[in-house]
Design a protein around this ligand. Structure first.
Ligand SMILES: [Mn+2]
Length: 313
């Protein structure tokens, strides 16, 4: 499939690279690296994101060139990384574009014109790396830094199940190409805002556990009190923390799953907002919803993605 992707890219000139709204390290890092690789191939490539670049990723090479937008600009093709649908980007105008979908989630879907989904890898960054190799584009220090950061965050610093010798082979290649593992780790894990740390403290004081399942949440009131932004709720399951004792951890900001408890599954499925805000009473009802695997799977793609990517369940 990498060959097909390469063919489609070679025959076009102008590209937009994007990922899901509220992008994580793999979404941002893979998109930034992909655009750099395309430029070396002589293409015009812009990274366009609905939500821009979260603070902890703003030091990545070319992060300052990411275009924050609600609509896809004109291009010959759009490359979507880490998305199971166009809707996940929250960008308008994708229905008229030629779409190339590159993803590594088991929940990945063939929604695009070309779909390269490989759930055997830990991060989309590995597929972007493989693409560069096939395109004979040498990985430079900037690309390596973006890809290494993506791989590091999606593997929970190489701690998540599924991390294997292949993951380290790619990591080694990226380090050889100039990625500085200590610098990448420092940028991500020591770059949290004060508001995020306070929010994490509040969430951990809510930690509940039943067997191998644990969950935490924060309320809108706590977010307001600490001056936290939505991005401060990202990547908590990959933040180094005491919850390694649990096989599964669900984190709900405002709270994703609790909305499910207060709305019918059908209604929830039709909602266009991936992170609805809900009442404090609904938060209290969350545990019952958490235990329902059916609810976990269908209405809330975000949650099933988390389950799949971390391979917890
Ligand atoms: Mn990923």
């Amino acid at each position: 499939m990498v060959e097909r992707v390469l063919q489609e890219i070679r025959s076009r000139q102008r590209f937009v690279v994007t990922s899901h709204a509220r992008p994580d390290g793999d979404g941002i890092g893979s998109a930034l690296a992909c655009a750099q690789i395309l430029r070396v191939m002589g293409k015009v490539a812009d990274v366009v994101m609905h939500d821009g670049v979260p603070r902890i990723y703003q030091n990545l090479p070319f992060a300052d060139r990411v275009i924050k937008a609600d609509r896809i600009p004109a291009a010959d093709a759009v490359i979507l990384l880490e998305c199971d649908s166009t809707r996940r980007t929250l960008l308008d105008g994708l229905d008229k574009c030629f779409l190339i979908n590159i993803d590594h989630h088991v929940s990945g879907r063939n929604f695009a014109n070309v779909n390269w989904i490989d759930s055997s890898v830990m991060a989309t960054a590995e597929l972007v790396f493989r693409f560069a190799r096939r395109a004979c584009v040498p990985i430079d220090r900037n690309m390596a830094t973006c890809l290494y950061t993506a791989l590091m965050t999606d593997t929970g610093s190489f701690m998540f199940e599924g991390t294997n010798e292949h993951t380290f082979t790619v990591a080694r290649e990226l380090a050889l190409a100039g990625a500085d593992p200590a610098l990448c780790a420092r940028s991500i894990y020591f770059g949290h805002s004060t508001a995020k740390m306070r929010l994490l403290g509040a969430a951990l004081s809510n930690l509940h556990r039943e067997g191998s399942l644990a969950w935490i949440w924060v309320t809108q009131e706590q977010m307001t009190r600490f001056g936290a932004r939505e991005e401060d709720c990202e990547d908590w399951s990959t933040t180094r923390s005491p919850w390694a004792m649990c096989r599964s951890l669900f984190f709900f900001a405002n709270s994703l799953i609790a909305a499910c408890a207060s709305a019918s599954a059908a209604k929830a499925r039709s909602t266009s907002r991936p992170w609805p805000s809900i009442s404090a009473e609904a938060v209290t009802n969350a545990p019952a919803a958490v235990r329902s695997r059916a609810l976990c799977r269908s209405p809330f793609r975000e949650l099933s993605t988390v389950c799949a990517r971390k391979r917890y369940s």
